[in-house]
Design a protein around this ligand. Structure first.
Ligand code: HEC
Ligand code: HEC
Ligand code: HEC
Ligand code: HEC
Ligand code: HEC
Ligand code: HEC
Ligand code: HEC
Ligand code: HEC
Ligand code: HEC
Ligand code: HEC
Length: 347
């Protein structure tokens, strides 16, 4: 094997040095040919697995085999294998000293189980490592923190429920094999539920109706994946703005995807500058375009007594409420206009 690799090295240098030379092309052809004919049996030893790495929780394996195997496959288990700083991970990081537990063959109350702790203690344990993560930075004092929720309201470390159910279904197979199968099906980011949305809707069930409304941000593409989801706009760990928004204000959030609404405009419409929520609802609406009310009702919240003004300007005054799309039939640029004659947003 090593001889073969040496030859490859020499050749690639030669090819770079004297390109397009017929002789070398000839040798190149031979090399490719030679490579193809290396018998698989010879190629295999090079791909042999590296020396066995120590498994996290080896001492727990006899009694919690599946937990140990599946832990090695999640983000925590993987990080434990290469991180050698203060975030180095072992079972004891969260479960404390296990000596008594093992010595007593797993007697009750011999080991810590975070699921039984207060929210504050759980959060402290997780934040020992995660408080510096950009996403989790604003957890403390955020609305979820203040409601005494813990990381385990949305995350789980081992998915004990799934582990139990699925291991029963795969009874008889080796732990490692079952763990592989299970971990391939686990939700991302160690979430309790299968998607971010399901995780949130467990508690915020009133928002579920928005998925089905005439106009919604919470639509799915043909591939059934969520194009705009809760986490596009909210950071459940506490965001930069009110209502845990990922941006400092509602408008800066909306501009991040609807940049054309930012302007600057020659003629600004004050409510659009102020807060998009004046006219739109963020999750869904039974009116078109996420509007909080039907157009003419919406505009009349602020613009009353429109009839006399339009009797001269618009020609057929009564139609201003009813024809086609009402007010925006003529005032189509309600977000602002850059047309010199766009003072009334008609162009
Ligand atoms: C000799 C067998 C054995 C070994 C080794 C063992 N455990 Fe256990 N463990 C048990 C038994 C039995 C239970 C109780 C199971 C139950 O209640 O379903 C248990 C329960 C637990 C619980 C849940 C405790 C609770 O109060 O809910 C945790 C957490 C745990 N073990 C962690 C560990 C860790 C971490 C290790 C390795 C450092 C370990 N165990 C090693 C047998 C063992
Ligand atoms: C990052 C913290 C953390 C680490 C590290 C950790 N666990 Fe856990 N463990 C938890 C939490 C949290 C729970 C409560 C259930 C859940 O959220 O998954 C738990 C629950 C358990 C349970 C009880 C499961 C049940 O059926 O209720 C066992 C057993 C267990 N852990 C074993 C281990 C073993 C073995 C290791 C090392 C391979 C380990 N844990 C590493 C946080 C951790
Ligand atoms: C000893 C340090 C440490 C502790 C304690 C710890 N974590 Fe982690 N966690 C990590 C590291 C390291 C990673 C992987 C790298 C990263 O995402 O920063 C990680 C990743 C994660 C991820 C991302 C998973 C993914 O698939 O991307 C979540 C979610 C998470 N941890 C939640 C928790 C929760 C909940 C707790 C408390 C029960 C906890 N962590 C405790 C170190 C820790
Ligand atoms: C209200 C639900 C909720 C709570 C409570 C929660 N998380 Fe999360 N967490 C999520 C969701 C949802 C995601 C995935 C976000 C995404 O996909 O953008 C996530 C992602 C993460 C990540 C991965 C970040 C990344 O982008 O890779 C870490 C780390 C994490 N959470 C840690 C924690 C810690 C630590 C706590 C407790 C202090 C906690 N979470 C509490 C819902 C929650
Ligand atoms: C375990 C229940 C629970 C889960 C899961 C949960 N929340 Fe909450 N959330 C609450 C509670 C309680 C409040 C406090 C306000 C209330 O009573 O509605 C809240 C408040 C909020 C608020 C309003 C914050 C404010 O300043 O008024 C937002 C936004 C929010 N959650 C988003 C989310 C998102 C996004 C998710 C999913 C990643 C999620 N929540 C998952 C319980 C939950
Ligand atoms: C397109 C951005 C966007 C998406 C996607 C989104 N939200 Fe919101 N959400 C907002 C805005 C903006 C507000 C603040 C509304 C206000 O200030 O009047 C809000 C407010 C909230 C509130 C506070 C209570 C309320 O209704 O005013 C909760 C709870 C909430 N959202 C949960 C969710 C959940 C759960 C999801 C996913 C199913 C989600 N949001 C998806 C933008 C969004
Ligand atoms: C994460 C990106 C994202 C953010 C943030 C976002 N939107 Fe959207 N919005 C979309 C997408 C994608 C569509 C789908 C329509 C399209 O552009 O094809 C959409 C559609 C809309 C529609 C038209 C709905 C319909 O039924 O035709 C309105 C109105 C709207 N958004 C307003 C807002 C407002 C107001 C905000 C701020 C609270 C906001 N959006 C934040 C991505 C976003
Ligand atoms: C004064 C009320 C009002 C305000 C404030 C407002 N909108 Fe609208 N918006 C409308 C109306 C009315 C429509 C429907 C236009 C149509 O059907 O032609 C609309 C449609 C939209 C659409 C979908 C159609 C399009 O033009 O792309 C988006 C996206 C949108 N608005 C984003 C925003 C954003 C972002 C803000 C905040 C900067 C905002 N809106 C503020 C009234 C408003
Ligand atoms: C929250 C209140 C509010 C809502 C809702 C609202 N507007 Fe306005 N609108 C204003 C304000 C404030 C001005 C600036 C008035 C001024 O400069 O005298 C304005 C200005 C205008 C002007 C220009 C008038 C002028 O004299 O320059 C038009 C046209 C207009 N709005 C149309 C609409 C239409 C159409 C809608 C519905 C899609 C609407 N507005 C919804 C508050 C609102
Ligand atoms: C048939 C077209 C049309 C419809 C429909 C219409 N408008 Fe107008 N509107 C106009 C025209 C044209 C002007 C005057 C434009 C100018 O002078 O530049 C005007 C002027 C205005 C002004 C400014 C008045 C002023 O004193 O300067 C406001 C505010 C306004 N419309 C609001 C509305 C509202 C609210 C509706 C829906 C209830 C509506 N318009 C429906 C055509 C229309």
């Amino acid at each position: 094997m090593p001889e073969h690799r040496d030859r490859t090295g020499h050749l690639s240098i030669a090819i770079r040095a004297v390109p397009l030379l017929l002789v070398l092309a000839f040798v190149g052809f031979f090399l490719i040919f030679a490579r193809r004919t290396v018998p698989p049996a010879l190629a295999e030893p090079a791909a042999a697995p590296p020396a066995q790495q120590a498994t996290i929780g080896e001492e727990c394996r006899d009694c919690h085999g599946l937990v140990v195997e599946s832990f090695a496959l999640n983000a925590h288990g993987k990080s434990g294998k290469f991180l050698k700083d203060s975030r180095t991970m072992s079972c004891e990081t969260c479960h404390g000293d296990a000596a008594n537990h093992i010595a007593s063959q797993g007697k009750p109350n011999t080991i810590e189980n975070p699921a039984k702790w207060t929210a504050a203690r759980i959060n402290q344990t997780c934040l020992d490592c995660h408080s510096r993560d950009r996403h989790v930075l604003n957890w403390q004092g955020g609305e979820h923190d203040r409601k005494d929720m813990s990381c385990l309201s949305c995350h789980t470390n081992h998915h004990p429920g799934l582990l139990k159910n699925m291991s029963a279904a795969f009874a008889g197979r080796a732990d490692a094999e079952v763990a592989q199968t299970i971990s391939a099906r686990l939700p991302e980011k160690m979430l309790v539920n299968s998607t971010v949305e399901e995780t949130c809707l467990r508690c915020h069930s009133d928002i579920r109706k928005n998925f089905l409304q005439r106009s919604t941000h919470l639509f799915r593409t043909e591939l059934r994946n969520q194009k705009v989801g809760c986490a596009s706009c909210h950071n459940p760990h506490g965001g930069e703005g009110d209502k845990m928004l990922v941006s400092p204000s509602v408008n800066s959030l909306c501009y991040s995807c609807h940049a054309e609404k930012r302007g600057p405009f020659l003629w600004e419409h004050p409510p659009a500058r102020e807060n998009c929520m004046v006219c739109h609802s963020p999750h869904g609406s039974n009116n078109t375009k996420l509007l909080t009310a039907r157009v003419h009702m919406l505009c009349q919240q602020c613009h009353i007594h429109m009839l006399p003004r339009h009797s001269t300007t618009a020609g057929r005054p009564l139609d201003i409420w009813s024809i086609n799309r009402g007010c925006i039939n003529c005032h189509s640029q309600v977000h602002g206009s850059n047309h010199p004659g766009g003072r009334t947003f008609t162009r």
